[in-house]
Design a protein around this ligand. Sequence first.
Ligand SMILES: [Mg+2]
Length: 374
Amino acid sequence: MKIRDVEAIYIRSASVKDQCDSGQDALIVRVTTDAGITGIGEVDSSPVAAQGAILGPYSHTLTTGLRHLLIGEDPFRTEYLWDKMYRGNLYSGRFGIGVHAMSGIDIALWDIKGKALQMPIWRLLGGGFHKKIKCYASVLWETTPEKTYARAAQLRDRGFEAVKFGWGPMGQDAENDVRMVAEARQGLGAKADLMIDAGLVWDAKTAIQRARAFAEYNPFWLEEPLMPGDYAGYRKLSNSTDLRIAAGEEESGRETFQRLIVEGDVDVVQVDLTRCGGFTEGMKIASMADSYAKKVANHGFTTYINVAAALHFLNSIPNSIVAEYVAQDHDGNDLRDRITKQRVLARDGYLEMPQEPGLGLELDDDAIAEMRVS
Ligand SMILES: [Mg+2]
């Protein structure tokens, strides 16, 4: 089997908000083969920049559009092709957009392998740790503590045993920060897991103060309180509290994850399959995390391609802790709900492991054509 083409399709919702709780645009990767099998993947990045990284021409041995490197290759050679793409962009793509673009391609290649062998990707990766995995409802903080209480109670009533609130207004006012957490806990009840996603708002000392103040509300983890490169701050924070510290969604490629794990000493490593380098790199990151006794969760708030990739991944590693699940009420994110023919939905706070070959998803070509920008 040989790769015939690699497409990078930029799609965008008709309406776009300033602070969003799920994907409003996406870069979809489609890899076609001479055997009639097509694989799909997603890149969560700056979509047009990542599109350029894929579709760009050969410039020289250390900077080349990824498509150019893949045409005519055997899609089963995922390890070899990852290395070829990485080496082909050594100064332009070792982190960030270059690795993001590789992620979508790597996911599509594993989708092809699964479809060719009629197996879900988690079986190819040797997994099978879960029949279903607990997921947390991932939402944004409401604007006030009172509204946060109501939202927490509503999500508990929907059957979620774990809920994460994220980003603003956390970080604007010390007293309000604590009230938001207190009301979230009140709304969820004593038993449910409460995750706090601070959204990169503090320095280490402030984060230590907040961790101390939040402790009585028993959060499951405190996520991304610091800027992503502040590995020394993460270590200081992590070593000063018994709250779990979670981070990783800004990282790409195993070298930066290594710094987060070894220098930052965080407890939960959050891996986004559409940014980290795909399955091929994600498995290495999870293995590295496991060797430092760290847990792994997925990150993802975009399409069901991301959610499905995360499930195959979490089902293939021994140190998965919980799955992130964007718990909108299906109130009109037409991009996520329309571009694949299948939805990956939580039931009673759990996500079932996919059983179909490959990722287990097909694109809806009509919806893609309607939302396609370039
Ligand atoms: Mg986050």
